[in-house]
Design a protein around this ligand. Sequence first.
Ligand code: UT7
Length: 335
Amino acid sequence: MKIRMPSLRGANIIGTGSAVPERILTNFDLEKMVDTSNEWIVERTGIRERHIADEGITTSDLAGEAALKALEDADMTVGELDLIIVATVTPDTIFPSCACAVQREIKAKNAAAFDISAGCTGFVYALSLAGDLISTGRYNNVLVIGAEILSRIVDWHDRNTCVLFGDGAGAVVMNPSAPGEGIIECVLKSDGSLSDVLLLPAGGSKIPASFETVKSKLHYIHMKGNLVYRHAVRVMVEGAEEVLEKAGLKKEDIDYIIPHQANQRLIDLAAERFGAHDKVYSNIDRYGNTSAASIPIALDEASRLGKLKDGDIVLLVGFGAGFTWGAALLKWCDK
Ligand code: UT7
């Protein structure tokens, strides 16, 4: 009997896509909803507007739209996909997975499908996993999506959180490449002891949904903003430094940094501490924090604007609920 041994190969991004709802909610709109001001939001977060999904639009709708754009960009048919991974904290339903809903939506009959829950770091986790599954030869054509409709779990009376978040989806299509092309190295980290800094308390097995949980607003995002901020700056820098070290690269080798778009001040401080402020791509002013979707939306935008050149070294770095954080280094290779 001859057993086929897995062969290590590269995993490259060959297409990107993104989708956001049409409706835009500006800071001036928010001024009429809660006790806030455009000045406060811009100064403290860098956000000017965000896209909000109308009733009836689901996370898988946005994910499916982003996926079809990424497939078109990759020049690949839906039938060629053999795996779909969706990173989200706002799936259409707790189960089945959002990935299965996307599969149904885009009719990707030949794909396996599952979700990853790693908060706003979800896309980096999913990308890393997809890269490994391609490298080992287990899968070939993988769709990786970060998608959220956070507006459904935001308390629109809480000014501490409701000004921060937006809805959207970003997707990439990956397939095998020569070693060293595409994903170079990844670092995934978590610290479950910090789970209480950012969470949705009820609706799971710990606090099942009840009239009482609804009344107590336990189905909304609960966040200790200052603590998240402090840990985020630290872990973004640590994650970026660690992935560089693992890859044997230096800061100077990086052409672009695409961080999780949570807060412009936070991004600026982390970039300053890391020492690569001029390389950061940011679009938070127009989208707000779209959690797991923020990095792939920014990646798609940077790619479509022609900012990413063949051979560029791109650093993706994020943090989120869990507490989780992670970084991925890519060599951007035109397909
Ligand atoms: O993807 C991960 C998700 N989460 C994050 O990334 C959050 C990270 N943290 C942050 O981005 C920041 O901590 C926030 C933007 C959430 C808050 O900014 P801050 O500069 O840390 O403000 P703060 O929490 O220290 O609050 C300062 C003041 C408070 O008033 P008092 O107590 O000093 O009178 C808040 O009540 O600002 C007040 N405040 C607001 N005022 C106007 C909080 N939210 C608002 C608001 N408009 N929307």
